[in-house]
Design a binder for this molecule. Structure first.
Ligand code: F0G
Length: 460
């Protein structure tokens, strides 16, 4: 192979390994039928390469494991909490830090403390758990992302940006007092891991604050977003990811974080803010749902691993290798003509199921079927991010029909090698040749909340 440019390599080597299991096609077909055509319902032992999520599936470093031993398990006032608090203040810049068991724990607290029933919450595309908590707290989510985000293929470098006109229209229509806050997710998970520019974040912050509306950041993958800013936005190329991340956070009033992503841990979350009154409410409510404000549903050792994970995550070379691995996999598929979301995002490669299975109508769940078929073909597990994930309109009860009908192949951090992605890409490319034969699904069981996790289907 001739090199066309200098290659890159992972900034770590492997010390512990975990064997993978291969299975037969017949076995996987049987497993998928038993799982009701839902990849969430498979037993992980029947999966070969697990690209279901990058959430809690990351490999910790030797230093993180060593920190697990020094975790302080005190019920109150744990030393490990103060270590975590110090690192969060240093790298995110917020004054007040409340740990939670995971991201949705943080969303629950924040939604309950800030939404008055009947209010609206603006945001750049919904995220499943975030919107669910906003709705349970009595809010109505309104999407104000730019239209570009709904196109699976585009050359916009920041498809996650907020459309300021849409945001201002909402404020004028409903009245600023009826908008609880605006959530900025960066990058936007459901749009394919698409980033938000610093310029846009600054403008959103200025507009929101002009009307007295708070800005809440979903900083779950903020470090990935900072890397994209460094790479793509004029004026940021010489700034460190650490520095960019902090500046980005500085335009918000509060943040929720699922530490299971950027922070290289298996469990953990955070809610952070600058307002002492909000902090007071969060601290009061955390004891109801999570635990004392100095552990928030976590073990002391979890907080140690989070603090160390954060230190590692903001290193330029760590984040660069993470994003380049995603890009490597995406390019293999793109170059073979597989319809994927472009630009390639931060945490995974998203296949456009409307194009891949163009003969299956959206109400027959093409992305759900494609995720299942990929598993059956090669043991690679991805997830649906389309009509099933979108759920139903809480007022009319109808399905939402999202523009994007995607299969997400998510890359856990520091877990798989390039060879795993070669194998996965090879099988998907083979499958694409026989795509016309696939049939759609019908839903036979639908749970009330976040249906994509547990819904069951039958092949038509
Ligand atoms: N916000 C974003 C942007 C997320 O991606 C997630 C989780 C959460 C909040 C909720 O955090 O899972 O710790 O409670 N995303 C996972 C995923 C589930 O697979 O994308 P959590």
């Amino acid at each position: 192979m001739a090199f066309t440019k200098k290659p890159w390599a992972e900034p770590y080597r492997i010390k512990v390994v975990e064997p993978l299991k291969t299975t037969t096609l017949e076995h996987r077909l049987q497993c998928m039928k038993e799982a009701g055509w839902n990849t969430f319902l498979l037993h992980a032992d029947d999966v070969y390469i697990d690209l279901l999520t990058d959430s809690g599936t990351n490999a910790m470093s030797d230093l993180q494991w060593s920190k697990m031993m020094v975790g302080d398990e005190a019920y109150a006032g744990s030393r490990s909490f103060y270590t975590l608090e110090e690192m969060c203040r240093k790298y995110y810049g917020y004054k007040y830090i409340v740990p939670t068991h995971q991201g949705r724990g943080a969303e629950n607290l924040l939604s309950k403390c800030t939404i008055t029933p009947g209010q609206y919450v603006a945001g750049n595309m919904y995220f499943t758990t975030t919107r669910q908590h906003q709705e349970i707290a009595g809010g109505t989510f309104v999407d104000v992302i730019i239209d570009e985000a709904y196109k699976s293929v585009s050359d916009h470098p920041f498809k996650g940006n907020i459309d300021l006109n849409k945001f201002e229209k909402l404020i004028k229509e409903k009245g600023a007092e009826n908008v609880a806050y605006i959530t900025v997710g960066a990058p936007v998970n459901m749009a394919g891991g698409q980033p938000v520019s610093m310029e846009n974040m600054k403008a959103v912050s200025a507009m929101a604050h002009k009307y007295g509306i708070k800005v809440v950041l979903d900083a779950t993958r903020n470090i990935e977003n900072a890397y994209f800013i460094q790479q793509r936005e004029p004026g940021y190329n010489n700034r460190s990811v650490e520095d960019i991340n902090r500046e980005f956070c500085s335009y918000s009033d509060a943040a929720t974080v699922s530490a299971k992503k950027d922070l290289y841990v298996n469990i953990g979350g955070l809610v952070m803010c600058n307002d002492p009154d909000l902090y007071d409410e969060l601290r009061s409510l955390v004891v109801v749902y999570e635990g004392m404000p100095t552990y928030g549903g976590l073990a002391g050792r979890d907080m140690e691993a989070m603090a160390q994970g954060l230190i590692e995550a903001v290193q330029d070379e760590t984040i660069a290798s993470r994003i380049k691995q995603v890009e490597y996999f995406g390019k293999l598929l793109q170059e073979a003509g597989i319809p994927i979301v472009l630009p390639i995002g931060g945490h995974g490669v998203f296949i456009d199921a409307k194009k891949f299975y163009s003969h299956i109508p959206q109400e027959q769940f093409p992305a759900q079927k494609l995720a299942a078929d990929i598993y059956i073909e090669c043991g690679v597990r991805g997830m649906e991010r389309g009509i099933v994930s979108a759920g139903r309109n809480k007022d009319t009860g109808d399905h939402y029909y999202p523009e994007l009908e995607l299969v997400r192949l998510t890359i856990p951090r520091r877990v798989y090698t390039q060879a795993h992605f070669d194998v996965a890409a090879y099988s998907i490319i083979e499958m694409y040749k026989n795509r016309d034969k696939a049939r759609g699904l019908k839903m036979i069981y639908e749970p009330k909340y976040l249906r994509f996790f547990q819904a069951r289907f039958e092949e038509l």
